[in-house]
Design a binder for this molecule. Sequence first.
Ligand code: SAH
Length: 219
Amino acid sequence: MAGPVDLQEYRGARRRLVETLQSQGIRDLSVLHAIDEVPRHLFVPTGVRHRAYEDSALPIGNGQTISQPSIHARYLELLKLTGKERILEIGTGSGYQTALLSRLASQVFSIERIAPLLEKAREVLQQMGANNISFMLGDGTLGWSQFAPFDAILVGAAAPEIPKAYIEQLAENGRLLIPLGDRDEQVLHLFTRHGGELEREDIAPVRFVPLVGKHSWPS
Ligand code: SAH
């Protein structure tokens, strides 16, 4: 059995990362506080652990990557979470963003299609004592209708268009963050649901790994 998480480890490196994010314009104190407290080094493979607090994406195995911390910070800041939300996350990946969400929202529902990634993420999050996360192994392009509606849906992989389940499963005034474009380049979009309409904001050009599934690209 793994022991409890030692939060003193890498504390200085984590603090410097928070300062870097502040200098890049991240202002939301609850987001900065979550980044200061979540041990990102536990979510990356041991071979790249020394780089865990650089502002860069890193390989996590199975051809996937953990996103850059500044991307996570930006994503979370855009959602303006109050702590009461129910969130659907597509693409658990390393589980790092899941850990941040579990501190910033009330309940997190996270779907991943690659079993070894999901198992590793689940193990680390359990070790951290996170108890408001439900996981599912499967195709996240279908959403998770059993627990809908969601106050926010975060898609951590890029799609050609919005899978329609996300629109159906979004609560009134709910927010959907999704990179849309082609396989190489995308734009991060923030959609807010008002009745049957989606208000759209274009946030920034981004590069994500592809969302693979029934309502996105084939594998
Ligand atoms: N936020 C994560 C991002 C990981 S990369 C992190 O920083 O660690 C995106 C993840 O989406 C990958 O793990 C990939 O396997 C997963 N993914 C891609 N298509 C998916 C789908 N249809 N359903 C669930 N997960 C998917």
